[in-house]
Design a protein around this ligand. Structure first.
Ligand code: GLN
Length: 204
């Protein structure tokens, strides 16, 4: 039988329980990660939505910033939603904040009116033919993307789901709907079924 990836969920603050519930629906094991030691044996990490400033402080205090960078360097897959997307970005502005720098994107947290509104939208992705529900809550904006970043979905002209190799980023919250499409896609990345050569074409 195929081995499912063991997934860690950063469980410091934010909606980590919602990610756990989504994984449970898919029959996938998870552990909550609060210390570098919790990362042992984990194949894939989820960084949930919430408050990125609080989450970042905790990561630094616990030494998890370093451990997560090492995890990515040894090929671990990482999925960040909303605040998690902010933590993964190379640069964070408005207000400026340090971050893990694991994805070649710049995000704007609160661009004085440019921030995406908190609302539920329906949107197409290149992951499936059906539109998915996208829950935006004080979502960051992806302002710049490097050449290795693939856009998997846009909404109102903004990239909202992007991927760089084994790193997946959603500015919305797929964990807050019953649709498991985005988590299933992440598990395929984590299982090595979608390598970076397997480029998924973005829709217009
Ligand atoms: N804007 C929030 C932050 O800066 C993220 C919001 C969210 O995760 N829903 O952390």
């Amino acid at each position: 039988m195929e081995k499912l990836p063991k997934v860690g969920i950063l469980a410091v603050q934010g909606d980590f329980e919602a990610h756990a519930a989504t994984l449970a629906r898919l029959g996938v094991e998870h552990v909550f990660v609060r210390t570098p030691r919790d990362l042992e044996g984990v194949d894939a990490m989820i960084l949930p939505g919430g408050e990125s400033t609080t989450q970042w402080k905790f990561l630094v205090e616990e030494g998890l910033d370093r451990s997560l960078r090492e995890f990515a360097a040894r090929g671990g897959a990482i999925f960040g939603t909303c605040a998690g997307a902010i933590l993964l970005a190379r640069e964070v502005h408005h207000p400026d904040q340090a971050s893990l720098g694991l994805a070649d994107i710049t995000v704007i947290r609160n661009a004085y009116g440019r921030q995406l509104a908190s609302e539920v939208r329906s949107g197409l992705t290149s992951l499936s033919p059906e539109p998915i529900e996208m829950v935006f809550i004080r979502a960051p904006i992806i302002d710049r993307m490097g050449p290795n970043v693939e856009v998997l979905a846009t909404s109102q002209g903004q990239p909202v789901l992007v991927r760089q190799g084994r790193t997946l980023i959603a500015t919305f919250h797929p964990e807050l709907t019953s649709d498991t499409t985005v988590h299933e896609y992440f598990l395929r990345i984590a299982s090595g079924k979608l390598d970076s050569a397997d480029k998924v074409l973005a829709r217009d």
